[in-house]
Every structure is written in C-alpha cells, then in structure tokens.
Write a protein that binds this ligand. Sequence first.
Ligand SMILES: C[S@@+](CC[C@H](N)C(=O)[O-])C[C@H]1O[C@@H](n2cnc3c(N)ncnc32)[C@H](O)[C@@H]1O
Length: 285
Amino acid sequence: MTTPAPDATDTSRISISAHYTGYVWYRNGLSAPAFVTLAGRIANAALTPVNAFLKGVAGASIDTFLLQRHSVIDHLVSQLIEEQGVEQVVEIAAGLSPRGYRLRKRFPHITYLEADLPGMARRKGALLNALGTGPEHSVKPCNILEASGEQSIQALLAGLDPAKKTLIVTEGLVNYFDLPTIRSVWARMAQGLKTFPAAWYVTDLYPDFADHPAYRYVKFAQKLVGFFTRGEWPLHYPSDKAIREGFMQDGFRDVEVHDPAAFYDQLNLPRAKTATLVRLIRARA
Ligand SMILES: C[S@@+](CC[C@H](N)C(=O)[O-])C[C@H]1O[C@@H](n2cnc3c(N)ncnc32)[C@H](O)[C@@H]1O
C-alpha cells in the first residue's frame, strides 16, 4: 500500500501561530476575551522565557515586533478608510485577530470580510457569531495557494461589491512562504484588485537585513517560528528599495515601505533598542 503524497497546498500546520498572536493582542489590551484560546495561553506561557531572553540580549522580543506591526497596520488601514474612502476590507489569514471587530466598532459603515484556511475560518465564524457581529462582518474559507476555484483569492474578491473602494490586508502570513510562491500570490492579488474603482494592499513583511546588529538572534527567532509551525519561515528582500521594486514588478504602484520606528511617538509603540526588523507595506493596485 502506498501512502498518499501530502497536499502541498495544505498549510494548516501554520494555524497554531494564530493562537499565539491572538493571545498577544489580548494581553496587550487590543482584543476581547472571546478571541483567547487555551492553545494561545499555553504557547504564550512557553515563549515567555524566550521573549525575556531576546529582550535582554537583543533589545527587543518577538512580541515587540508583533505589536509594532499590528498597530502600524491598524493605522495604515484607518487612514485608507478615513482619507481615501475605502468601504470594503478583506483580511486574509485573519486567524484570531480582533482587527475586524475593532475597526467595525470604529467605522460601522464598512464591510469587513475575514478569510482563512477552512478550519480556522470555521472557528472564527463561530466566534464572530457568538459576538453577534452581523452580516457586514463575515468569514469565508480561503487558501492563498489556490490559483483558482472556490477557495481562491479571486473567488473571495468576486463575492464583493465591485463598485466599492477595496483593501486587502494580510498580517503574519507572507513570511511562511518562499519568495517565488508569495510573489505569485501578490501578483494574483494585484490582478484581482484591478476590478475595483480603487484598491490597496497592506501587509507586514520581515526582510532579510543581514547587517542588522541582532541578526544572529533573528536567525534564532526564525528557527523558533519554523519549529512551532513545522516548516520554513524565510525572510524576504534585503532592503526597502528591493521590497518596493518587487511589489512594483508584481503589479502594484505607489508602493510605500514603512519602518515602525517612524511611528514610535505617534502610535506609542513598544521600542526596539536597535533598528527595527519588520516593515509595513501599503501599495495601490
Ligand atoms: C501568524 S497567523 C496570523 C493570524 C493573524 N493575521 C494575526 O496576525 O494574528 C498565520 C495565519 O495564516 C493562516 N494561513 C496559513 N496558511 C494559509 C493559506 N495557505 N491561506 C490562507 N491562510 C493561511 C493560518 O491559518 C493563520 O491564521
């Protein structure tokens, strides 16, 4: 008897990371108790000593950059809603993030569609149902690796109002894939977003800053994330310039690359003692 080959598009092993981050958002006052899971509590307890060690030796922990990216994404998204008139937000790989819940309270006129792999989407759907979020805030299954079909990004976008200014958000997703794979996803996003009167994409990205003073601790954190999610966690692009050029080649324009350090005072972010290690991208399709 032969064992069936593992499905290369099944990346549900990554979903455990959403439990971890979901608890980080809660612990830092960004979420509500309904988004907390036992797995999230356990993963956070297990990583507390590691975070303390990294903070001591490298001047920043894994959570420092998680909190930086989460708050700056909130800020970039809020600006698009307030200043550009975005009315439709699709958050892909939303996991147990409370962003949609928070943003819908602040901007009740927007529709918010969350998407994730089927298992996580079911869990999130039940969670939002229990919170009574209503039809303007829903969840659908989506697998970014599916180039076509029911769970593709294209299918997700096809269900939206084509007359509304639209935004795709991803957070904590893109570094789980090698660069050619995630670039093909970005190209499909850029293509799919062109059908809306105006459209943007906002994401975080951990670049490969090989000359960073804490690079060896970055490599350590990289192995740790890979261990927890049973896969690779590659860093992408060596500079802000390379990021900008890559996104333009993938079909985006007006590509902004933001360093969270520029928002330290404005958004009251936790600070890293050395240069920051995460970037936030906002690009137009
Ligand atoms: C680190 S979590 C981030 C969750 C949330 N965005 C946050 O920042 O708290 C990664 C998420 O990616 C989702 N994911 C993994 N592979 C995926 C895929 N192929 N398509 C869509 N989502 C995927 C996981 O289920 C998980 O929810």
